[in-house]
Design a protein around this ligand. Structure first.
Ligand SMILES: [Zn+2]
Length: 499
């Protein structure tokens, strides 16, 4: 997805000097993909199309070992290139030949192929590795959850480096085959469809999963543990697979009462957002102590704490909505987090509206009234919140307010056409906030730059005079609290991060 820009003069020089490639013409790939929020994330010089992960995991010791095979295409003449990875590497091969490698920075694996790679070449990169993910800390934090019966990789914006080497940024999406051998009695859960479950000798079982549409690295997940698994098919014909740790205790009932409604939620969202983009759907609840949920592709991760106060279908709506907004249409840079979270939060408002627990307008009025003009909430700009505020409540709530303002400005017909058209037009790609603004202007035929500037980019509480905001502050009376409010608030820890 990421293409390095070639300056016209450099291109002309290449064409004129059609000399055979030598090492001198080749340069190292950049150690980051160019995201100012996370400069070390991803790498330059190549694009991965497929990850094949063949692993073995021992729950008792947390030892993860195996082989990752990456299919890549170079986007420049490469003398060496980086992968992002935290575990210990034993061997690297590029196109079958042993490559030299070393580590640098917090997460960089620097690989020097035996012969330099020309621009546009396909490269097969094989990395053999072994280590304990729970011992890996990158920038002082870990994305790996150790549980009493196994381990789980699920974090945002990064979790891949704890379990496989990658070009770790949503700009470079790829398909996945994840095959994991675990002791009998344990299961390995990942994204997509379970292709096979086969015994290996007397004591082990191998689970092989396939995610056959482009998937960002942070949306790849692995969960090893002891799970109760339920399977079903949606009305639309999609395979559903949910997994619950056998160890959920008092949260088990509420977790199931929520996540078993995934098929219903998916069919409902399909009516709003258009065709579901992937080959499977579901969710899993491991016995972790964290509080958040994450939209891992086709199979969201839910912490048991999400269900501590009873069932919460609203969080399921949030994570399944991300399958369109965030997973199929991924952000270009982490500053564009609103194209994920504004819409996932708004989908919770639409669910509330459908369930008769408060319309989106009532929720918008309530949120608007909750935060006085001097509230720090209004200083966060959802369109570019900064890395420290990437998952601030304002990205969600003010982000959803922006969509309600849009709905009021252009009317329901145009608004819902946009909600469906955007994920269809941008399926499996990347987009930024300005791409959405341009799309909404084109689709509605209205100038909307001022409206989005007011709601996404100004560090102040939008005031009444703006036409789009009129209904949000139409009365001085304190709006009544919508019935769904508490449940939606409970999902506010969906992206509470440990770092
Ligand atoms: Zn979210």
């Amino acid at each position: 997805m990421h293409r390095r820009l070639i300056a016209p003069s450099a291109l002309a020089a290449c064409l004129l000097l059609a000399i055979p490639a030598s090492a001198a013409d080749h340069a190292p790939g950049a150690p980051g993909i160019g995201d100012p929020y996370y400069p070390a994330s991803g790498n330059g010089g190549y694009d991965v199309s497929h990850y094949d992960l063949r692993l073995k995991y021992q729950p008792e010791t947390d030892l993860l070992e195996g082989t990752a095979t990456l299919l890549a295409t170079t986007t420049q003449n490469l003398s060496r290139f980086n992968l992002d990875f935290g575990l210990k590497v034993d061997e690297v091969r590029v196109n079958g030949k042993k490559a030299e490698f070393t580590t640098s920075g917090e997460q960089e694996l620097e690989i020097t192929p035996a012969t330099p790679l020309p621009n546009g070449a396909s490269a097969t990169i094989v990395v053999r590795y072994a280590g304990k993910p729970s011992e890996v800390e990158i920038n002082g934090y870990t994305a790996w959850h150790r549980t009493p019966d196994g381990g789980i990789a699920a974090q945002e914006p990064e979790s891949a480096a704890w379990w496989f080497p990658s070009n770790d940024h949503p700009l470079d999406k790829a398909t996945y085959d994840v095959s994991v051998q675990v002791p009998n009695g344990s299961q390995a859960i990942s994204n997509g469809v379970l292709q096979s479950e086969n015994p290996v000798g007397a004591d082990w079982t191998r689970f092989s999963w396939r995610s056959d549409k482009p998937q960002a690295t942070y949306l790849a997940t692995l969960a090893v543990g002891k799970f109760d698994v339920t399977t079903d098919t949606t009305e639309g014909g999609l395979p559903v697979l949910n997994a619950y740790s056998k160890d959920l205790g008092e949260h088990a009932g509420a977790a199931r009462a929520s996540i078993e409604r995934t098929a219903e939620v998916t069919d409902w969202l399909t009516e709003i957002f258009g065709p579901y983009p992937f080959n499977a759907v579901g969710g899993y609840v491991p016995n972790v102590t964290s509080g958040y949920a994450l939209e891992t592709q086709t199979r969201p991760f839910y912490s048991p704490k999400q269900f501590a106060n009873g069932s919460n279908v609203s969080v399921v709506v949030h994570e399944i909505a991300h399958q369109w907004y965030g997973d199929s249409v991924s952000l270009k840079g982490w500053k564009d987090i609103w194209v994920n979270e504004g819409f996932a939060r708004y989908s919770q408002w639409l669910w509330s509206e459908k369930e008769g627990e408060g319309t989106a307008q009532e929720l918008a009025d309530y949120v608007y009234a909750q935060h006085p003009a001097d509230d720090e909430f209004w200083t966060v700009e959802p369109g570019d919140p900064g890395p420290d505020n990437q998952f601030h409540a304002a990205v969600y709530d003010r982000g959803a307010l922006a969509l309600q303002a849009l709905r009021n400005e252009i009317g329901d017909k145009a608004f819902f056409e946009i909600l469906k058209g955007w994920p269809t037009e941008n399926a499996y790609g990347n987009a930024d906030v300005q791409d959405f603004v341009a799309y909404a202007e084109k689709a509605s035929g209205k100038p909307l730059a001022d409206l989005f500037d007011t709601w996404l980019y100004q560090p102040t509480k939008p005031s009444a005079p703006a036409a789009a905001a009129a209904s949000l502050s139409r009365s001085d009376a304190e709006p009544e609290r919508p019935k769904s409010w508490k449940q939606i608030q409970r999902t506010n820890s969906v992206h509470d991060h440990d770092h």
